[in-house]
Ligand binder design. Structure first.
Ligand code: GLP
Length: 240
């Protein structure tokens, strides 16, 4: 694991954008796109580079990492909407190049298989951007997720529903189930970039980076990855 501590969230966003830009400039790239507030600065920086510096996504494909079960694609908090609104609609992805998970699929297991096949057909993910939950989850792989898991349906913990309630009108509206890339799926990305911002993530970052490899902290599985970069601001690094 490569740990890079940067002074603030802007510096983290620029460094994450540098990694993605470098890969985009090398040719057709497959990007794994996380939601949550953490990657938003990175997406804003990529949009700026697209507009001002001609950075192109025309040859790239994108795979949103996870999705709420039961929300239609048009719901503003579905992760398909969030990825469209925060990045995809503002750059030049080709039509159909961003492949979300369908949270309304009648058969979630079949949808998970379809999504895994789509990643394989794209040639695998080149750069996977990740945030981290306060309980150490990545994607929606909650504590005790199998370290070898594939894309599947999961039940959210009360903690994660509470953490994400700020995006909804009330806690009751936060879905209880999600589809998420598994930890085994995430490990197959060629480069994983985990971003942690702010004091609220300090304990989870410390457990992921310095704690034991344990299903209790799903992000600790990245200790097994051959090319994992952890980008943190000073606050998120404060317990390292
Ligand atoms: C959600 C997402 C994760 C994200 C996490 C942290 O649970 N599924 O991918 O990392 O939230 O969110 P935030 O970046 O808003 O703190």
């Amino acid at each position: 694991m490569e740990i890079i501590v940067l002074p603030d969230s802007d510096a983290v966003a620029r460094t994450a954008a540098d990694i993605i830009e470098e890969r985009l400039r090398r040719g057709p790239a497959v990007l794994g796109l996380a939601t949550g507030s953490t990657p938003l600065g990175t997406y804003r920086e990529l949009i700026r580079r697209h507009r001002e510096e001609g950075l192109s996504f025309a040859q790239a494909q994108g795979f949103p990492l996870d999705e709420y079960v039961g929300l239609p694609a048009s719901h503003p908090q579905s992760y398909r909407s969030v990825i469209r609104d925060e990045i995809a609609d503002h750059v030049d992805f080709a039509p159909g190049a961003v492949h979300g998970l369908d949270g309304e699929a009648a058969d979630p297991a079949a949808e998970a298989d379809r999504y895994e096949r789509a990643i394989a057909e794209a040639g695998g993910i080149d750069v996977q951007i990740l945030g981290i939950g306060t309980d150490g989850h990545i994607g929606f792989n909650e504590p005790m997720s199998s370290l070898a898991s594939r894309t599947r349906i999961k039940t959210l913990t009360a903690q994660t529903r509470q953490d994400n309630a700020r995006f909804f009108d009330s806690l009751d509206e936060v879905p209880e189930h999600v589809l998420t890339q598994g930890l085994g799926t995430i490990l197959e990305a060629r480069h994983v970039v985990l971003i942690g911002l702010g004091k609220a993530k300090a304990a989870a970052i410390a457990a992921a980076v310095e704690g034991p490899l344990a299903a209790l902290c799903p992000a600790s599985v990245l200790q097994l990855h051959r090319h994992a970069t952890v980008l943190v601001d000073e606050a998120a690094a404060s317990r390292l």
